[in-house]
Design a protein around this ligand. Structure first.
Ligand SMILES: [Zn+2]
Ligand SMILES: [Zn+2]
Length: 108
């Protein structure tokens, strides 16, 4: 018997564990929309390209070591995403946070 080191589930073969890990543990949940995808970075990137705000923020926050950041147009996208993420993450002394972005346009 072989046991998955991550969830202790038992399998008859080592190959069974490999398939299980690939199917169950390598699938990650997207923090922006909750979908389970085998290639999370690609999913986030594709959604960010469509200017999906939640995914743009997420894209800026995950480590981006993939080759695609070599391209100029992707770097521009990353810059845009980083700006959004910084806005979301920023905590101002005078009560900022997520709702702070909305009140930016209005003047007292
Ligand atoms: Zn497992
Ligand atoms: Zn998503």
């Amino acid at each position: 018997m072989y046991r998955c080191p991550y969830c202790k589930r038992l399998f008859k073969t080592f190959f069974g564990v490999k398939i299980h890990v690939g199917r169950v543990h390598l699938v990650m949940r997207c923090l922006a929309c909750g979908v389970m995808v085998p290639n999370l970075k690609r999913h986030i990137y594709e959604q960010a390209l469509k200017r999906n705000e939640a995914h743009m923020v997420l894209l800026a926050l995950i480590p981006h070591t993939t080759k695609c950041w070599r391209y100029e147009k992707n770097r521009k996208l990353l810059e845009e995403c980083t700006e959004k993420a910084m806005e979301v993450c920023k905590v101002n002394g005078g009560g900022g946070g997520l709702s702070g972005a909305r009140s930016r346009g209005s003047r007292p």
